[in-house]
Design a protein around this ligand. Structure first.
Ligand SMILES: Cc1cc2nc3c(=O)[nH]c(=O)nc-3n(C[C@H](O)[C@H](O)[C@H](O)COP(=O)(O)O)c2cc1C
Length: 204
C-alpha cells in the first residue's frame, strides 16, 4: 500500500526551497512512500492532489516573525478550497519546517502558526523527534536539530549566502529526518485504518 506525502512550500529567495527538497528526499527514503513537492503557486492549481494525499508537510520562510505573506495567502485559500467544501483534509497527517536569517529569528511563531493551521483542518500534527543539539560544550553546528526545535524543523541561512551554500548541511539533514519521520508515521496511520474493527464502546 503506497502513501502520498505532499510538501507545500514557499521560498522567496530559494533557501527554504533547499529544505523542501531535503524533506522530499527524506520521504523518498521510505519504501511505499511517494513525495509530491509543490510550491504554493503549484499547490493552488492542484487542490485535488492535496485532497488525495495522506499527509501534507508545510514549509515557509520566517518573514517578520511569521510565515511569509505568500504562504499565508495559500493558508487562507484553503478556507474556500478545502474547509468549505467539506473539511477535506481531516485526519491527514501534517508537519512543518521553516528557515530564517537569525538563529532564532522568531521561527517558533511560524511553526506554531502552521500547527494551528493543521489543527483548524482537523489534521494530526507530527513533531520533530530529535533531541535539541548544539547545547553543550561538546556540541557543534554540525549536529541534527542544532537550533533546538521540537514542533518542526527549523533552519538558518546566513543572509549573505545564496541557497547554494545556505542553509548548512546539518539543517538539510534535519529536514530529511522530518520527511522520513512523517513518511513512516503516515504509513502507520494508513495501514492502521485498514483495520476497521475498532468500536467506540461508550461516550462516557
Ligand atoms: C521581508 C523579510 C522579512 C524577514 N524577517 C525575518 C525574521 O523575522 N527573522 C529572521 O531571522 N529573518 C528574517 N528574514 C530573513 C529570511 O528569513 C531569510 O533570508 C531566509 O533565508 C529567506 O528564505 P527564502 O530564501 O526561502 O525566502 C526576513 C527576510 C525578508 C525578505
Amino acid at each position: 500500500m503506497m502513501s502520498q506525502i505532499a510538501i507545500v512550500y514557499h521560498s522567496g529567495y530559494g533557501h527554504t526551497g533547499r529544505l523542501a527538497e531535503a524533506v522530499e528526499a527524506g520521504v523518498e527514503q521510505v519504501d511505499c512512500a511517494n513525495a509530491l513537492l509543490l510550491s504554493v503557486d503549484e499547490a493552488e492549481r492542484r487542490w485535488d492532489d492535496l485532497i488525495a494525499a495522506q499527509a501534507i508537510i508545510f514549509g515557509a520562510p520566517t518573514y517578520m516573525g511569521a510565515a511569509s505573506g505568500r504562504f499565508k495567502m495559500f493558508q487562507e485559500a484553503t478556507s474556500r478550497e478545502v474547509m468549505r467544501k467539506g473539511y477535506l483534509w481531516k485526519d491527514k497527517l501534517a508537519a512543518g519546517f521553516t528557515n530564517s536569517g537569525a538563529r532564532s529569528g522568531d521561527k517558533l511563531s511560524t511553526l506554531i502558526q502552521m500547527a494551528l493551521f493543521a489543527a483548524q483542518h482537523g489534521m494530526h500534527w507530527v513533531s520533530l523527534d530529535l533531541p535539541p543539539a548544539n547545547n553543550s560544550s561538546s556540541g557543534s553546528e554540525n549536529e541534527l536539530n542544532r537550533l533546538g526545535f521540537w514542533l518542526g524543523a527549523g533552519a538558518q541561512s546566513n543572509t549573505d549566502e545564496g541557497p547554494d551554500t545556505a542553509p548548512p548541511e546539518s539543517d538539510l539533514a534535519t529536514a530529511r529526518h522530518l520527511g522520513k519521520r512523517v513518511a513512516i508515521a503516515t504509513l502507520q496511520f494508513v495501514r492502521g485504518r485498514v483495520d476497521q474493527s475498532m468500536t467506540v464502546l461508550s461516550d462516557r
